[in-house]
Design a protein around this ligand. Structure first.
Ligand SMILES: NC(=O)c1ccc[n+]([C@@H]2O[C@H](COP(=O)([O-])OP(=O)(O)OC[C@H]3O[C@@H](n4cnc5c(N)ncnc54)[C@H](OP(=O)(O)O)[C@@H]3O)[C@@H](O)[C@H]2O)c1
Length: 283
């Protein structure tokens, strides 16, 4: 399955497939097998992070897959402990060594950690790492409007993507709009609720899915695509991997999209209460 014709255009002139592979909890030999399978099946965008403790697995899967390195889009994330210009550059280099590649296609600041107050310095690190040829596309994750505006005004560089929590119980619509107004592509993390919430067995979603002869997961991923939101669902199961690429032979009615939007529970819908102004993660 090729995703080429459905790509999203980024503000830096590059493009990304609308669906990537998440890798939380994919580790070791089992992780390598799952990821190689995903790449061979058609996934090109691989979403990892230093925090997932699996950059080694990602590197091994890249080497074992049948797809050339240059066709893959490898994306990792800067940990909180490296919110400092010099540490950011060193971290990016270390991450590249761990994976065994010499550039990132995409690299994000994982969390803004506004209480630390150093995300602009970290962002300057990514901006310069891009100039040094270490990264092709730079972006952020979990940045709110004020964080985005601060880095844009202080460095003059707008992120290409902002990866944020988004699933039907927490659709984060205002932040998706904020991104769009700044020309930033939204990426949705935990789009399927990571087995923490019951979104995959929700009755409303089930009846919409039945109508189109699709699964709930496919309807959620399609709802994102139709809202110009890229998704990075994680799937180890080959049946899930295949299904999550099979999104382009149907489209949702406006009414069904509104029904999905109406499932939003506001702040209560967050999976683990990780508000970006409060949540801190340093690894
Ligand atoms: N930037 C951030 O702060 C941040 C935070 C969280 C996550 N992320 C990224 O987002 C990715 C996705 O989020 P996530 O891993 O938390 O959760 P998720 O993608 O919402 O859910 C993953 C779960 O859904 C199952 N699944 C996948 N496709 C399915 C299908 N078609 N039908 C039924 N079940 C299906 C998977 O099962 P199997 O594995 O058994 O197939 C797995 O248990 C992460 O892996 C990570 O890359 C980023």
């Amino acid at each position: 399955m090729s995703l080429k014709e459905y790509e999203f255009q980024l503000n830096d002139g590059t493009s990304l497939p609308p669906v990537g592979m998440g890798t939380v909890h994919m580790q070791g030999a089992k992780g390598v097998t799952s990821l190689v399978q995903a790449i061979d099946r058609g996934y090109r965008l691989i979403d990892t992070s230093t925090n997932y403790n699996n950059e080694g697995m990602v590197g091994e899967a890249i080497r074992r897959s049948s797809v050339p390195r240059e066709e893959l889009i490898i994306s990792s994330k800067l940990p909180g402990a490296a919110h400092d210009y010099d540490k950011a550059i060193l971290m990016i280099q270390e991450s590249l060594y761990r994976i065994g590649i010499d550039y990132f296609d995409k690299y994000l600041i994982h969390w803004p950690l506004p209480k630390q107050g150093k995300f602009t310095e970290a962002w300057q690190g990514l901006v310069d790492a891009q100039k040094f040829g270490l990264i092709k596309t730079i972006g952020v994750s979990n940045f709110l409007e004020e964080h985005l505006d601060q880095i844009i005004s202080e460095t003059g560089v707008t992120p290409a993507t902002n990866q944020i929590e988004r699933h039907p119980y927490f659709n984060n619509k205002e932040l998706v709009q904020v991104n769009e107004e700044r020309g930033i592509i939204t990426e949705a993390w935990s789009p399927l609720g990571r087995e923490i919430n019951d979104v995959l067995t929700n009755d409303t979603l089930r009846s919409i899915a039945d109508k189109y002869g699709k699964s709930v997961a496919q309807v959620i991923l399609r709802w994102n695509y139709e809202n110009n939101v890229l998704t990075v669902a994680k799937a180890s199961n080959p049946v899930h991997q295949k299904a999550n690429l099979d999104l382009f032979d149907f489209s949702l009615s406006e009414e069904d999209k509104e029904h999905i939007d109406s499932l939003d529970q506001g702040e209560d819908g967050r999976l683990q209460g990780q508000h970006p102004n409060e949540y801190e993660e340093f690894d």
